[in-house]
Write a protein that binds this ligand. Structure first.
Ligand code: ATP
Length: 329
């Protein structure tokens, strides 16, 4: 685990990549724990975009008022192609050094952590990462900030769809977020009583889904819900509906939940996780640790080296999908 030996006095915090509910609670924890420990805390706007453009401002205790319950990120987020190049990172690092920031807290996903690792390797700027993404697909942490809220948001929608599906004896295909990751789909599928779940990593096929729905019909079930992760492109649910129609003649209604899963007030679980992780990130910097991400292992907070985080893939819990399938009989 990397360590640095400078006493920190000024730190910066930024959110980067996709926004996630609970990021504000994490920013609040960083700022309030930092200031309570006599640090000056600066907010970097729009992630690496703002770091390059020097959009960096001091944050005070009162700036954190009334944000714990708000989705999105008050610091805004961004994706920067310029930061992918060494010259872009050098500009960003120079701005950090000019302001006298001793260390940074990066709240984001694994792309953001690659950038954070580069800041440490190339410019010796200590960074601690906090995993903020609705997809939960970050190696080294059981849970990421925003995942619980996104699952609950999707679940609320599915419960509503279930009412109309049951009233009309319909088959619904509900597409949830997760382009390369099936965490939301598997959790929502189990919690929502889905008949079938399609994720990038599960081996569900159209034929199997049709067989299961027909079996369920023969047992007297009149409506079904299939959950699918968005896959390579949003709208995959329409392809699935087409394939089911062509192979079985069954008509499926499609509902794509889309970006509403990113927003909204964070759940208690996400606010607590974000508060604990934000506080732990500042604590790690105080102890001289950097180039690590704060993760969870069960209820415990852990530190995981950033390169381990982005070099490894977190495996989805496929047992949830098998269980959902047994329970939806
Ligand atoms: P999410 O999973 O929610 O999309 P993320 O952090 O993975 O979040 P990315 O768009 O992959 O989102 O990364 C955010 C930013 O991090 C990028 O726009 C880029 O500026 C920076 N970044 C990503 N990969 C690298 C890299 N290999 N080297 C330097 N910077 C990087």
């Amino acid at each position: 685990m990397a360590q640095f030996d400078k006493k920190i006095q000024k730190i910066g915090v930024y959110t980067s990549g996709g926004d996630a509910p609970g990021m504000n609670a994490a920013i609040r924890a960083v700022v309030r724990v930092g200031i309570s420990q006599k640090l000056e805390v600066y907010g970097i706007h729009n992630g690496y975009v703002g770091m390059i453009e020097n959009k960096i401002e001091p944050l005070q205790l009162r700036d954190m008022a009334n944000i714990i319950q708000r989705g999105g990120t008050i610091l805004k987020t961004g994706r920067s192609t310029e930061f992918m190049r060494p010259e872009g990172r050098a500009r960003a690092a120079q701005n950090i050094k000019n302001l006298g920031l001793d260390a940074l807290v990066c709240i984001g996903g694994d792309g953001s952590f690659r950038g954070a690792h580069a800041l440490w390797e190339e410019h010796q700027i200590p960074v601690v990462g906090v995993p903020g993404t609705i997809d939960n697909d970050i190696f080294g942490s059981d849970k990421t900030i925003g995942f619980d809220t996104a699952v609950n948001t999707a679940l609320e929608a599915i419960d509503r769809i279930r009412d109309t599906a049951a009233s009309h004896d319909r088959l619904f295909i509900v597409e949830v977020m997760g382009r390369n990751s099936g965490f939301i789909a598997s959790h929502v599928g189990l919690a929502g009583g889905a008949e079938e779940i399609f994720t990038p990593d599960a081996n569900t096929t159209v034929e199997k889904a049709i067989d299961r729905i027909n079996e369920a019909k023969s047992r007297g079930k009149t409506s079904s819900i299939i959950i699918t992760a968005e896959g390579q492109k949003p709208g995959r649910a329409y392809d699935l509906a087409d394939a089911i129609r062509k192979k079985s003649g069954m008509d499926a209604k499609v509902c794509i939940l889309g970006h509403q899963q990113r927003g909204g007030s964070p759940t208690a679980a996400d606010r607590i996780l974000a508060s604990r992780m934000g506080a732990a990130a500042v604590d790690a910097l105080f102890k001289g640790y950097c180039d690590v991400m704060i993760g969870t292992e069960g209820e415990r907070l852990i530190q995981v080296p950033l390169d381990l985080v982005y070099k490894n893939e977190k495996k989805n819990q496929l047992d949830l999908i098998s269980l959902a399938s047994v329970l939806a009989t």
